[in-house]
Design a binder for this molecule. Structure first.
Ligand code: PEP
Ligand code: MG
Length: 545
């Protein structure tokens, strides 16, 4: 798959988000790229570079400060003033200049080394305020290094819509991007089953991964064409390629106009089997796409995305407002919100999850919530309060036992009692679980008795059934969600739900696979939840059955 084609600037990768786009390129460099120590004979020049980078950093911080004052007030903006002060700190700066001069090293290395040494020193201090400065000094050093490397910060406001090219993108980086400014994603690494790929599909943005590009040879603003259906990427394409791309875009436009006919129609097979066709979302904005695409509800709101785009835990009120807004937008349609499924590839520094040998088998999902009940209760309070504003259902991820479900229900009852005591309007809505571990499938007969519904997470179910890390790009040829074992598991979970009089849906990426639609309908699957852009296509497919 990772082939560079003949012709200087044509590359092939793995297509993961359909569609074709052309436009200028914006390169995102890895902020954590290791800093190399290089010897230099011209210390004077390195010192000059450092001085320029310091000035640039101060200007950036002043801009950030002004922006934050407007958005968050003086107190919220104070951190950027602290960073500016640290950049004027004599001992920190002299440490960098000294190292350049005495050890003849490059400025990047000296800045990173001083950052490490000073943040370690701060971290060891008794005073709590000073200890908190350890992260700031590290931040400042990283900014200096970025400026020394000429890595520009993305100015999403000023940027024209662009094709984003990066080595790899984490879900937290992706979620922070301004969707309206992204024409397509191209990455050198990455896996088709990662949450970044899922996000690209959810945002309906063409994407190609595993493209063997040398990032150093790609300039910002360079024209490009990306075909997320074939996996082709062209840099500085010839006129003919641009003309073909334009023609394909027009065809796509026509195709999507035809699909509009499906709006308002019932999702039902020719022989009268009704399927609930819902959409997967990651935030309030996506609910708009769900509605635009005529989704009949939200089958999976990945609430952890609310935790990714920030530097501290969202408060109960922030979460309540987000959930309530989605419920109000969906105006009486079902909204299934999954509780925090953090961990593995979904990480935020402030969670301090630590490094794990096997993160996919690690501290994630409901395990974090059960181990950190206060965190869980904050979210549950927000959910129970939001439940009075529409047809909400809560869903719990990564379940492996009936005991977990019992424990969760106890916590939910406790939260309800606490809210009642405070006379805060709330209710316990329908509660279901994700079936995404083989353990949950094997005891689905027992689990079905304790919950209101099952939603099958085929992304993780495939990963755990086949023992294949969904993040590992080397294993993509082995990751087969059509594997007999996976399909048997889905059938078993659906049958056990029905025996207990409960409904079962699928919210993993497989739900949108048209090759399996008939199989799922025949299995008796009651609900399919897919990326908003897939809703009308799937409705058409089901109506043709
Ligand atoms: C799944 O595992 O199929 C699922 C829907 O959850 P996620 O992709 O967020 O892990
Ligand atoms: Mg999952």
């Amino acid at each position: 798959m990772k082939r560079r084609c003949t012709g200087l600037r044509k590359y092939m990768g793995k297509p993961i988000g359909k569609g074709i786009r052309s436009g200028p390129v914006a390169v995102i460099r890895d902020a954590n790229e290791p800093v190399k120590r290089k010897r230099t004979d011209n210390s004077q020049e390195e010192a000059e570079r450092l001085k320029t980078a310091c000035e640039e950093s101060k200007k950036q911080l002043e801009k950030l400060y002004q922006k934050a004052v407007k958005e968050a007030g003086e107190a919220g903006a104070a951190i950027f003033k602290i960073h500016q002060m640290l950049l004027e700190d004599g001992s920190y700066l002299s440490a960098i200049y000294n190292q350049i001069e005495t050890e003849h090293v490059n400025a990047e290395y000296a800045a990173a080394a001083a950052g490490d040494a000073f943040s370690e020193r701060f971290a060891g201090m008794d005073d709590e305020y000073m200890r908190a400065r350890a992260a700031d000094i590290k931040d400042i050093s990283n900014r200096l290094v970025r400026n020394l490397r000429g890595q520009k910060e993305m100015d999403w406001e000023a940027m024209e819509p662009s094709i984003i090219i990066a080595d790899d993108l984490s879900p937290s980086e992706t979620i922070q991007m301004d969707k309206d400014k992204i024409l397509a994603f191209v990455t050198v690494h990455g896996s088709a089953n990662s949450h970044t790929a899922i996000l690209a599909r959810m945002m309906n943005i063409p994407a190609v991964i595993g493209v063997p590009l040398e990032l150093d040879s790609v300039r910002n603003g360079m024209p490009a064409v990306v075909n997320g259906t074939t996996g082709e990427v062209f840099l500085e394409p010839e006129e003919e390629i641009c003309r073909q791309a334009q023609a394909r875009m027009e065809e796509e436009e026509e195709g999507s106009c035809l699909l509009q006919e499906q709006k308002g129609k019932e999702t039902v097979t020719t022989y009268g089997k009704k399927i609930h066709l819902y959409a997967n979302i990651g935030g309030v904005k996506d609910a708009g796409s769900a509605l635009e695409n005529d989704a009949e509800g939200i089958g999976l709101f990945r609430s952890e995305f609310l935790y990714l785009d920030r530097t501290d835990f969202p408060t109960e009120e922030e979460q309540f407002q987000a959930y309530k807004q989605v419920l109000q937008m969906m105006a009486g349609k079902k909204v299934i919100i999954r509780t925090l499924d953090m961990g593995a590839d979904k990480k935020a520094d402030y969670f301090n999850l630590g490094k794990e040998e096997n993160p996919a088998l690690g501290y994630r999902g409901i395990r974090i919530c059960l181990k950190q009940p206060e965190l869980f209760k904050t979210q549950l309070r927000a959910l129970l309060r939001a439940a009075v504003f529409g047809d909400l259902a809560i869903m719990y991820p990564m379940i492996i036992s009936v005991e977990e479900v019992k424990k969760i229900h106890e916590i939910v009852e406790g939260v309800k009692a606490e809210l009642d005591e405070r006379e805060i309007p709330c209710k316990i809505p329908e509660q279901g679980i994700m079936i995404e571990t083989p353990a949950a499938v094997m005891i689905s007969d027992e689990l079905a008795g304790s919950v209101d519904f099952f939603s099958i997470g085929t992304n993780d179910l495939t990963q755990y059934t086949l023992a294949i890390d969904r993040q590992n790009e080397k294993l993509e040829d082995f990751y087969d969600p059509h594997h007999k074992a996976v399909l048997k598991m889905i059938r078993m979970a659906v049958e056990n739900a029905h025996k207990a009089g409960k409904w079962a849906g699928i919210c993993g990426e497989l739900a949108a696979d048209p090759e399996l639609t008939e199989t799922f309908v025949n299995m008796g699957v009651d609900e399919l939840s897919v990326a908003p852009a897939m809703v009308l296509k799937l409705r058409k497919r089901i109506r043709e059955l």
